[in-house]
Design a protein around this ligand. Structure first.
Ligand SMILES: [Zn+2]
Length: 299
């Protein structure tokens, strides 16, 4: 998908959507308890993960623009502590959009490639309050003991700046959009995303990250480690099938073959709160086509 089209898909709010349907992105939702001092706020773009530490509140992703006050109102229902840090899982506007609502003193942390994509977008880069103040390349640890957060990067997938954010004390992780909506991820090639790299990246995450039970998806539900494992197998199977079928079978036929083994990721229903988007099956077909394109460009 071309950059303009992709961003339009992400930021579309209350305007005519695909096939004349009225696009509907739900507003910032009610904060949900995940475990101990970990919470998630759905709606208005990506999930916002809330981790309450001794020194302040850490937010992972800040939704579309103009949702800062709504996010803070939800945080205020569980703690009076100030927001002390923002971690952005990647560079898309529905995950960084309300960074600038929070004071400039709040540390903002991303993968180095995410910073690069943000700096390359004049609308983002001109707003210093959105930009990262700290970056990492492979791994980084923030805080200690009960408040410890481990950041990991394993390669390209949804973009080439997808951070995995792990909270060891509660055995939980925020995965960003490399795992969202329980369907194959949207691949953003203009931000370094790659369906060829995706299974490697997910398999490295499964191998390299230990002691996580709870996985908060970039959009949609709170999932489990075994859910992430099955999703990794699905994305590997999709790529293997695309390689085997390229030039012989259609993307629709290839995706349909995956259904008996992976029914969750190949449903035909539109998901709740994703009425503006496609079905899991339509995304699988898109990703087979993306694989054809990437394979065709190989030397
Ligand atoms: Zn995204």
């Amino acid at each position: 998908m071309r950059r303009a089209g992709l961003l339009a898909t992400i930021v579309v709010v209350g305007v005519a959507g695909v096939a004349g349907q009225r696009a509907r992105i739900p507003p910032t939702g009610t904060i949900k308890h995940v475990k101990d001092n970990l919470y998630v706020i759905p709606g208005a773009g990506g999930n916002t993960t809330v981790f309450v530490t001794a020194s302040g509140v850490v937010l992972v992703d800040t939704k579309l623009a103009n949702n800062g006050e709504a996010i803070l109102n939800q945080v205020r229902t569980v703690t009076d502590k100030p927001v002390s840090m923002i971690i952005n899982t990647h560079s898309h506007p529905d995950h960084i959009g309300s960074n600038d609502y929070f004071p400039a003193s709040v540390e903002k942390v991303t993968h180095e490639n995410t910073r690069k994509w943000m700096a390359a977008n004049p609308r983002v880069a001109s707003n210093a309050a959105v930009m990262p103040t700290k970056t990492f390349s492979d791994t980084m640890t923030l805080g200690r003991e009960k408040d410890r957060i481990d950041l990991y990067y394993f390669g390209a997938g949804h973009t080439n700046g997808d951070a995995f954010v792990v909270f060891p004390s509660v055995r939980a992780m925020a995965a960003g959009d490399i795992f969202a909506w329980k369907m194959a991820p949207l691949i953003d090639p203009m931000a370094g995303g790659s369906v060829l790299a995706l299974p490697d990246t997910l398999e490295k995450a499964i191998k390299g990250i230990k002691n996580v039970d709870i996985v908060i998806e970039g959009h949609g539900d709170v999932n489990t480690w075994s859910g992430l494992r099955e999703y990794t197998q699905f994305n590997r199977a999709l790529l293997d099938a695309a390689k085997a079928g390229m030039g012989k079978r259609t993307a629709e036929e290839i995706a349909a073959d995956l259904r008996p083994k992976f029914p969750v990721f190949t449903k035909d229903e539109l998901l709740t709160d994703l009425e503006y988007g496609g079905t899991p099956m339509s995304r699988a077909v898109i990703n087979v086509n993306v694989a054809f394109q990437e394979l065709g460009h190989k030397p």
